[in-house]
Design a protein around this ligand. Structure first.
Ligand SMILES: Cc1cc2nc3c(=O)[nH]c(=O)nc-3n(C[C@H](O)[C@H](O)[C@H](O)COP(=O)(O)OP(=O)(O)OC[C@H]3O[C@@H](n4cnc5c(N)ncnc54)[C@H](O)[C@@H]3O)c2cc1C
Ligand code: SF4
Length: 571
């Protein structure tokens, strides 16, 4: 029998950065909040001395168990999708703090162009610049409107950096100074400056110095341990929800975290949610948690899936482009980098931090003329030094055998004599790239898995080649003796890790016709449901997403407090 609990003010499905920020802001304002998290609780002590690359980086200790729940993937609508049975292209977080626990901490702001991409592109290049099928749209919010919320997230996390010379206006400097620059980062900076580019320190959520944030949370500086991406931080130096926002919510006495609680449905009636139904995965018990307001913060895939499973909002129909839930799934184009091999120089890149690096935006957004190019937008170019760990660090120049004596010799030789410039190409949305419920495959509870239909387009192929060429030019100037870079992108494949920067599915916009939520992440079709995370991005930018996710979560919290007073749609 289903158990029904007493009503709460707000229930949140998923407690990562999105859910954690909202919990902190609402409980500080006096609301009672229940956070339902399907994974386990976590704390900094869990990561003491766990520099175990095999366990965390290769066996994915902190990630969703794909044997219980996964996604299915196909490259177009004509073929059957198959389940992702082992990790490849991206990783999916689980547990308290979500992916915020094992992220790198690259904390960029999107460019002003990103938020008005459709109108700005048409204004500068004309309507014909957008190829048939590309379904990009303005966000319904501008950079200037979001700026105060970026500022808030950066202060909470203590972001270390100095301003991007080609970025949007800032109301304040970064709360902490940039991280240290290693010799290879200094070399990249010098070379980029010589090439008349505009390098700046990668904005980092790994603290450059001890810091106390506006909520009174004190954290210590990063030790450059190099076991950051895919690992939790044993010092609390990496900003994550467990060491920043969740303690603030807990301290109010108004936040109840229920871990091992897998939300299955948003319950609704007459255009309003009445609560959620979840399963206590330790007992199998079905439980209803009634609430005045429901916040869905369970990442791109489950945000979309929960709404589709719950029959909330209009499912997207790719044949007409109508409907909203599942619309505009986008990803990223990360193969436009360049690997450089040096015969005489050593770089000692085994030391590093998740977000240690130098970036430039000369080829990002609309910072350069696209009139004679077959693509729009661009991507950030970065030399990062995250820490080359012993198992996965096997850089060998092209032409080296993939196993045996030659491979061993070259991988030893170049372990310390190679550098890699990376790029994160933006990803535009298309009518036939979307998420829906898989008709065949189900999760451990018997619910359909979410299905991705996606492939790279001409836009992506051109962009990747362009960024790879630019990266190789910088690498050449850095003096590499051998340079490998992409010549042809090929189709998207789900086996190789690229980035966990999936976006879309529950997108925001200026009106209900072309989006699922408004710019407070409030559902047009159910005004007491707020859906937060990168699912709200109408297309993807040329950066990592989390600063924008955090900023939107702060704005959503403000919206919920105002909704609590006035009711109705906030826009
Ligand atoms: C290895 C890695 C490195 C990354 N590095 C960067 C970086 O450097 N910079 C950057 O900007 N971004 C980075 N990201 C992405 C970043 O981690 C995410 O953008 C961010 O954490 C998203 O926060 P979120 O709260 O929206 O979602 P999540 O962190 O995914 O949190 C969602 C939570 O919901 C829970 N959940 C899901 N379904 C249910 C359900 N049905 N019921 C209850 N709970 C549920 C999950 O368990 C999870 O805890 C990285 C990601 C990975 C995996
Ligand atoms: S690199 Fe710095 S922030 Fe990252 S895990 Fe190590 S000490 Fe923590």
């Amino acid at each position: 029998m289903v158990k029904t609990l007493p009503k709460t003010d707000v229930v949140i499905a998923g407690v990562g950065w999105s859910g954690g920020i909202i919990a902190a802001e609402l409980t500080k304002a006096g609301l009672n909040v229940v956070g339902l998290e399907r994974g386990k609780e976590r704390k900094t002590e869990d990561y003491f001395m766990v520099h175990d690359e095999l366990r965390y980086a290769l066996r994915y200790e902190l990630f969703q168990d794909l044997s219980k729940e996964t996604i299915t993937f196909r490259s177009n609508e004509k073929i059957r999708a198959l389940p992702m049975r082992s990790y490849g292209s991206f990783l999916i977080g689980t547990g308290l703090g979500g992916s915020g626990v094992h992220w790198n901490g690259h904390t960029y702001r999107f460019l002003p162009y990103d938020f008005q991409i459709r109108s700005k592109t048409i204004e500068r290049y004309g309507k014909n610049k957008l190829p048939p099928g590309m379904s990009i749209q303005d966000w319904g919010i501008t950079y200037d409107e979001l700026e105060p919320y970026y500022d808030k997230f950066e202060k909470t996390a203590g972001i270390s950096g100095s301003p991007n010379p080609l970025g949007g206006k800032r109301s304040n400097p970064y709360p902490t100074p940039p991280m240290k620059k290693s010799p290879s980062l200094q070399k990249f900076t010098d070379v980029a400056t010589r090439l008349n580019l505009h390098p700046y320190p990668l904005p980092s959520a790994n603290l450059s110095e001890n810091y106390t944030n506006p909520d009174g949370i004190a954290r210590v500086a990063c030790q450059y341990c190099g076991y950051c991406e895919r690992f939790g931080c044993e010092y609390g130096a990496k900003a994550d929800p467990v060491v920043t926002v969740i303690p603030v919510a807990n301290k109010t006495g108004k936040f109840e975290i229920r871990s091992h609680s897998d939300v299955r449905r948003v319950i609704h009636k007459g255009g309003k949610a009445t609560g959620v139904m979840y399963i206590d995965v330790t007992t199998g018990e079905e439980i209803i948690q009634p609430a005045d307001i429901v916040v869905v913060a369970s990442y791109v895939f489950n945000n979309t899936r929960l709404l589709l499973l719950s029959g909330l909002g209009k499912p997207y129909d790719p044949s007409t482009g109508k409907g909203a839930i599942g619309k505009n799934y986008a990803y990223q184009v990360v193969k436009g980098g360049a690997a450089g091999f040096f015969e005489k120089e050593q770089f000692n890149t085994y030391a590093g931090a998740g977000a240690l690096g130098v970036s430039l935006d000369d080829y990002n957004g609309d910072n350069f003329d696209h009139s004679n190019l077959n693509f729009i937008h661009g991507g950030v170019i970065t030399l990062a030094q995250a820490g080359a760990r012993p198992i996965q660090n096997n850089p060998v120049p092209s032409g080296t055998a993939t196993w045996g004596k030659e491979f061993k010799a070259n991988s030893l030789k170049y372990a310390n004599q190679s550098l890699s410039i990376g790029s994160q190409g933006s990803s535009m949305s298309y009518q036939h790239h979307y998420l829906d419920l898989d008709p065949t495959y189900k999760d451990a509870f018997g619910d359909p898995l979410i299905r991705i239909t996606f492939d790279f387009e001409e836009q992506d192929r051109e962009l990747a080649k362009f960024l790879a060429l630019k990266s190789s030019e910088i690498m050449k100037e850095m003096g590499a003796d051998h340079i490998d870079y992409l010549k042809d992108l090929g189709p998207y494949e789900i086996m190789t890790y690229q980035s966990t920067h999936n976006t879309g599915g529950v997108i925001m916009g200026a009106n209900a016709g072309d989006s699922a939520i408004n710019n407070y992440c409030q559902m047009w079709d159910a005004d007491n449901v707020f859906v937060v995370g990168a699912s709200s991005f109408p297309q993807n930018a040329g950066y990592n997403p989390t600063n924008t996710v955090g900023a939107l979560a702060y704005r959503t919290a403000e919206g919920i407090l105002s909704y609590r007073k006035k009711g109705g749609l906030l826009v």
